[in-house]
Design a protein around this ligand. Structure first.
Ligand code: 5RP
Length: 228
């Protein structure tokens, strides 16, 4: 089974949770894109839902799929959000933001009654941190923030795209922070959240309710209420 097949299997399992009439947060990335296509198929077969996209790319894909979309000006509570991840640890803590959309993703996730994370097997890790932690920063503050981020024990690098700094949907910059291994995700999240100029970091702690992982042997399901 390829990684793509694993992503698709997880996406298929996740869309089973969508019920008629729901407001559904639509994640960003290659795994979430498979889910959006599956939702589009269901909509064409009569499912009536409203999608809340977490990026301009997902909004475009949802429109192309004929999915009705709403912004947070129109809805304030979301029934269910389905999104991908870059890493997930045994406590269902996540690193997100590989696609640079974690600011909107975290806002939508935090407004959702339920967050379902979908991924291929390799995203399951014993410790967070091998994936460089994306930190979205205000351009004005970026130069001053780099040494402060470094002082937290990482190697920070401004994300580039075709020779230019990558810009998020909110026109901010991303600093990818290489921690190697994150020893205390909660403390790091708190520290980053209190740094002026940091808009949002990619640590998603206590947000995922269900994690669906595509593996060689089918989809493995992890639930927050079963965590020890
Ligand atoms: C985007 C994200 C994505 O969900 C994450 O990067 C996973 O992407 P993919 O499904 O392509 O591996 O957080 O900001």
């Amino acid at each position: 089974m390829t990684e793509d097949d694993q992503k698709l299997a997880a996406a298929k399992a996740a869309v089973e949770y969508i019920k008629d009439g729901m407001i559904v947060g639509l994640g960003t990335g290659s795994t979430a894109a498979k889910m959006v296509d599956l939702v589009g198929e269901k909509v064409r077969n009569g499912l009536n839902i409203i999608g809340v996209p977490t990026s301009e790319a997902t909004a475009k894909q949802a429109r192309e799929n004929g999915i009705k979309i709403a912004s947070l000006d129109d809805v304030s509570v979301i029934d269910l959000t389905i999104d991908g991840t870059d890493e997930v640890d045994p406590q269902m803590r996540l690193i997100k933001g590989g696609g640079g959309a974690h600011l909107r993703e975290k806002i939508v996730a935090s407004l959702s009654d339920q967050l379902i994370i979908i991924a291929e097997n390799k995203k399951m890790v014993a410790h967070l941190g091998a994936f460089k932690l994306p930190v979205e920063v205000i351009p004005f503050a970026c130069g001053a923030l780099l040494p402060k981020l470094e002082a937290l024990g990482c190697t920070p690098a401004v994300r580039m795209n075709s020779g230019e700094p990558f810009r998020t949907d909110e026109n901010n910059l991303i600093v990818d922070c290489d921690f190697g291994k994150i020893d205390d995700a909660e403390e790091l999240a708190l520290t980053l959240s209190t740094m002026a100029g940091v808009v949002e970091h990619g640590l998603f702690l206590d947000l995922a309710d269900i994690v669906l992982i595509g593996t060689e042997n089918g989809v493995r399901k992890f639930e927050r209420n079963e965590l020890s």
